[in-house]
Design a protein around this ligand. Structure first.
Ligand code: UD1
Length: 409
């Protein structure tokens, strides 16, 4: 099926299990290039981007098999950096991690040709700057004359991708690499922990200042992928929109704090346990003002799902996007459902409106999630096209929503 059909207007009620994090699992997958022997990843999400990542690695010589639906064994001993399957790497942003991982292992890296969600220009200048500081040369593919050396580098802006790539490259050199201004998103921290499991020494784990001492040889490891805070946040935004009571299970509640603070301000009640969060919403949301930012700020990936929920609020909301100023393509589709929105530069203003069912098309992964949320909260039959964009990052979305009483196929 190429679309979701949703009969909305019913409050969501129940519990939903949350999968491993897409944004965490992808760096781990590419980090396995650095390990000798088997890596076994538990809690791997069964989503399109992971299947694509595995295919890229196997086309480049890795062996991979699924031991069960969420356990992936991968061995990259036979991996070579030579033949990049650009038709595949061009479909995902995370293929840029080939740069750091290949540089760390081989001292050379092919230009990966990356793709992913279209938020306008997605530059790699900081990635190349840190590689150059470590002794790599080139501005497409990369090479080193005498291998990588350590360096001290201060990121001029917080970048998840450049931090991941710097960590991957630094894992391959025994000299100390001192990195300041690093991203501290939960999925970056997950990579830091995995690199330690394969033998890399990292000081400052979880902070913005990291000192990395790599190893010439790094061993395989078993690792459990951390829960997906963005998937969990998407379900929480859905119940904020529809009203009801939903528990997201198998999560790290701390990683959801920025969203939970906003949902409380919007009038929702939150209950937390050690590994679950329950959200209660009486269907009467208040308007809120938020601004996206790198961690520990409000995550850019939850801006579209939250914006969809705020279309059902009784007051005006103001949403400032500070990471991807062009992440608003989904807003035109929300307008087809009656959303009353106004763009002012990087700021979206959402006013109360009577929403109605409609046929809309996903523009990107999280923008697509916003449309599904709006459809769930609107009476009548909506259709959300370009389903495959959501399948890149949400495991079994219709099944999980049906667990909550939604009518979606
Ligand atoms: C970003 C988000 C991440 C999200 C992902 C997909 C942040 C810090 N990162 O990660 O949470 O999951 O999008 O939506 O919130 N930049 C440069 N030069 C570079 C790299 C980045 O100028 O070399 C700028 C970008 O234009 C952007 C910002 O830095 O404005 C953050 O980019 P970055 O974190 O690298 O992007 P992703 O890794 O895709």
């Amino acid at each position: 099926m190429t679309e979701y059909k949703i009969y909305g207007g019913t409050p969501l009620v129940g519990s939903v299990p949350i999968s491993g994090a897409k944004n965490g699992a992808l760096p781990l997958l590419f980090a396995s290039i650095l390990a000798e022997g088997d890596c076994v990843f538990y809690n791997m999400p069964d989503i399109g981007d992971i299947r694509l990542g595995v295919e890229i690695l196997t086309r480049m010589g890795a062996c991979a098999d699924w031991r069960d639906a969420h356990t992936l064994r991968i061995n990259t001993d036979g991996f070579t950096p030579d033949a990049v399957p650009v038709a595949l790497t061009g479909q995902m942003r995370a293929s840029s991690y080939l740069l750091g991982a290949c540089l760390g292992r081989f001292g050379t890296a092919p230009a990966p040709c990356t793709g992913g969600c279209d938020f306008g220009n997605r530059p790699l200048d900081c990635h190349y700057e840190v590689f150059h500081a470590m002794g790599a040369e080139g501005d497409g593919s990369l090479y080193t004359r005498q291998g990588l050396h350590g360096c001290r580098y201060v990121f001029p802006r917080v970048s998840v991708g450049a931090t991941v790539n710097a960590l991957l490259a630094a894992a391959g050199t025994e000299a100390a690499t001192d990195l300041a201004g690093c991203a501290t998103e939960p999925h970056v921290v997950d990579l830091e922990r995995f690199l330690c499991c394969i033998g890399v020494e990292i000081e400052g784990i979880g902070t913005s200042h990291l000192t990395v001492r790599g190893k010439k040889k790094r061993k395989g490891a078993s690792y459990v992928v951390a829960p997906d805070d963005i998937e969990a946040g998407t379900y929480l935004c859905a119940v904020a929109a529809t009203g009801g009571r939903v528990r997201v299970c198998d999560v790290t509640p701390g990683a959801l704090s920025p969203l939970l603070a906003v949902l409380r301000r919007a009038g929702c009640e939150v209950e937390q346990s050690i590994d679950s969060v329950t959200l209660l919403c009486d269907g009467k949301l208040r308007g809120v003002e938020i601004e996206t930012a790198p961690a520990p700020g409000f995550p850019t990936d939850l801006h579209p799902p939250l914006a969809a929920a705020l279309c059902f609020a009784g007051g005006v909301s103001i949403l400032r996007e500070r990471v991807w100023q062009q992440r608003f393509r989904y807003v035109g589709e929300l307008s087809k459902m009656g959303a009353c929105t106004q763009m002012r530069g990087d700021t979206l203003v959402i006013s109360p409106a009577q929403m109605h069912a409609a046929e809309v098309t996903a523009t990107d992964l999280r923008g697509g999630a916003a449309l599904v949320i709006a459809a769930l909260a609107t009476e009548g039959r909506s259709v959300v096209g370009q389903r495959k964009l959501l399948e890149r990052g949400y495991e079994n979305l219709p099944h999980k929503l049906r667990l909550l009483g939604a009518n979606i196929v």
